[in-house]
Write a protein that binds this ligand. Sequence first.
Ligand SMILES: Cc1cc2nc3c(=O)[nH]c(=O)nc-3n(C[C@H](O)[C@H](O)[C@H](O)COP(=O)(O)OP(=O)(O)OC[C@H]3O[C@@H](n4cnc5c(N)ncnc54)[C@H](O)[C@@H]3O)c2cc1C
Ligand code: FES
Ligand code: FES
Length: 506
Amino acid sequence: MTRSHRKTVQFVLDGEVIELADFDPTRTVLQYLREDLHRTGTKEGCAEGDCGACTVVVADRGASGRLQSRAINACIQFLPTLDGKELLTVESLKAADGSPHPVQQAMVDCHGSQCGFCTPGFVMSLFALYKNQRRPDRVAIDDTLAGNLCRCTGYRPIVSAARAMFERAPEESESWLLATHDVMTADEKRHLELLQSIAHEDVVALEKNGRRYFAPRDVTELASLLQQFPDATLLAGGTDVGLWVTKQHRELSTVIDTGRVAELQKVSETKDALLIGGCVTFTDLMPKLLEHFPTLEELMLRFASPPIRNAATLGGNVANGSPIGDSMPALLALDSKLRLTSAGGTRELALADFYIDYQKNALRKGEFLEALIIPKLKGREQLFTYKVSKRFDQDISAVCAAYRLTVDAGVIKDARVAYGGLAAIPRRAAGCEAALIGKPFVEETFVAAGSAITNDFEPITDMRASDEYRRRIMMNLLLRAYQEALARSNNKPMSRVYDYGRRSTA
Ligand SMILES: Cc1cc2nc3c(=O)[nH]c(=O)nc-3n(C[C@H](O)[C@H](O)[C@H](O)COP(=O)(O)OP(=O)(O)OC[C@H]3O[C@@H](n4cnc5c(N)ncnc54)[C@H](O)[C@@H]3O)c2cc1C
Ligand code: FES
Ligand code: FES
């Protein structure tokens, strides 16, 4: 089927459908809000997704058919990606009579703001929480705020506001009812109807001053566009690509957005493996991933922040191939494969063969990552993953490690060991694996295997860690995996760093 092309983008803002044409497709949502609409409640701090000053909420129809509201960072989100969605900014929150939203009132009552620069961002992150959870615990509140920085108020009053906002929830008849209500309210229906009025099946195709943007709807269209524009930049969540524009000032002549390609949004499973579409966000992926790999919880929750995870995809993380990307060690330890597709067909490639050198991978011209195939754990296989970074939340790894161990009758039958942050690419530690397989499951084996890792990697010194620190960490994490496997075999689960990092769940 050949779909028609549309030269405009449509989205909802404050109950009205906005239609935009003839604009630079790499213009960010933040630039549009502040410079075009002069809606300056949304602030710019870092322009790289780190501080949360620019947090806005994007709503659309979720998989359940209900209104789904998610916080994102407007500073790195390209404007055309709003097509078919609803945008909510801090200005959208006030009620028809001008009274503040319960989130805003709670921030006032709990003294959650001093200079106020960060406040709209906090309010929008809390607003997303308010919409999505009934009574979040401290862990959920802390996680919600992980992407918002405040330099003056301190977080305690903001956490108090996060609790107090639920006490200020309006009556059922009022606007901004919780989307968590079991019955769909008139307000939610109204939002969904507006979204339905802009739910088109055509391809968005924009061009301005030689810059093109396409949003194809299926893999055939995506493959054919990539054949036509082999040097195009593929866009998933834009949490890497956005920074190429805002920080590196790169000019992207053709952008192909994979965010509308139906096949790339799917998560499915067979008896032996999970199949994750190339454009599934971390937020959407987490429930299924943790169902099969519960030990990934800490790594996933420490991956950036909710606004980043709401946009960022596993496919983008893998395709970007940063040596310090957090998902690759675990995917390597699980022997994951990639399904790569182009107009010429589809092939499967082991992730271990995907990375060639620093920021070089095996993608051919015209090819894209259609899906990741992650084998499920079998029999006695166990997975352990660790992230070491300077900050607990929202930080890039100095070292990230993953171990898959199979221990039977006191012998290590199989081992996969993979690290990020130790070489130009994330990769397995072949020497260490050889030193483990077939050996007794005792501490001495792991100490010896730890020495073998020093032949696998030659860590460097950079701003995140010294070579010496990395060397110690790579060995110590292996010992930690041993301790954890031992504790589990004795039915004594280890305390997770996550528990300490969160300090208090009270
Ligand atoms: C504040 C902040 C915090 C971060 N924290 C972390 C962190 O803790 N851990 C971590 O690992 N990363 C982190 N990142 C990096 C980033 O979020 C991840 O790499 C993310 O997974 C990228 O996914 P994306 O969907 O945003 O990709 P995009 O930015 O859209 O794309 C990334 C790359 O993948 C390519 N690509 C996208 N889709 C496809 C496809 N289907 N086929 C082929 N190529 C494709 C793009 O062309 C580009 O080269 C952080 C980034 C920010 C801004
Ligand atoms: S301006 Fe800092 S996250 Fe967007
Ligand atoms: S109130 Fe000043 S930065 Fe948060």
